[in-house]
Design a protein around this ligand. Sequence first.
Ligand code: ZN
Length: 310
Amino acid sequence: MITDIKGLHHVTSMAGDANENNAFFTGALGLRRVKKTVNFDAPEVYHLYYGDEVGTPGSVMTTFPFGQMPRGRRGVGEVGVTEFAVPKGALPYWAERLGSRGVSGLTQDSFLGEARLGFDGPDGDSFALVESEAQGRVPWTGADVPEDAGILGFRGARFRLNDADATGELLGFMGYVKGESADGVTRYVIEGGNAADTIDLEETPSGQAAHQGAGSVHHIAFAVEDRAAQLEVRRALLDTGYQVTPVIDRDYFWAIYFRTPGGVLFEIATNEPGFDRDEDTANLGSALKLPSRYEEHRAKIEALLPAITD
Ligand code: ZN
């Protein structure tokens, strides 16, 4: 069994308009944009990172805003809900704030005793704010969300699957412990990691398959401390029969990817080196950062990307 996974690292979704996306995460949700770079495999598309002050692993929502991309269709075989943690008692503030900004899909309920506010993202993405213990996490207050309500990072994620067993088995192999179930949803928790420590599996045997597009989660990344731990995890996954990519340098972390039995694309990402490797903390996310191989094409790339109005 793998013992190096520390909870979530980041969640990456496909999106439509870059400005709408930026305004939603930095404006409506009050996250900090911690990096403005490009999709390393398609540099004519931004890769935007939003999180806490420094982009602590477990707080980082990232998007590929493709522009005119058609919306995805929610269904099984995907991350159905991306869940952020907020302080206890903060949901009335958020219901009012998101409602007044015209955010759709607002629903309030609870799961395993945690109060939740569900809402839609700008491309029909499914999100929830979950009242949680801070566990030492501090929200970004550079926007206008007060500290006693601000997003602390991720709580976790809920997957929708035709058959939860194989994914549950994989999570167990990754160090997650099967917890309680309610309403056809089973919780898996990682112990001794960061606070983004839950994965909930919702089994819908006859559900229609998801179709990826804007608003769909592209992949979900789990955190490991460093490259040595990542190599251990990679070896363990390969030994178990998973097809895992080589280690890829993403400038702010190293990444490996593999497709899981339920259809969700998993990444294992290192906590090192972090988002301040090429910008100081005060200026994170302000300049367009390119991986070194694209620097010589900077002018052409900048001309292709829409200007983002902060
Ligand atoms: Zn990723």
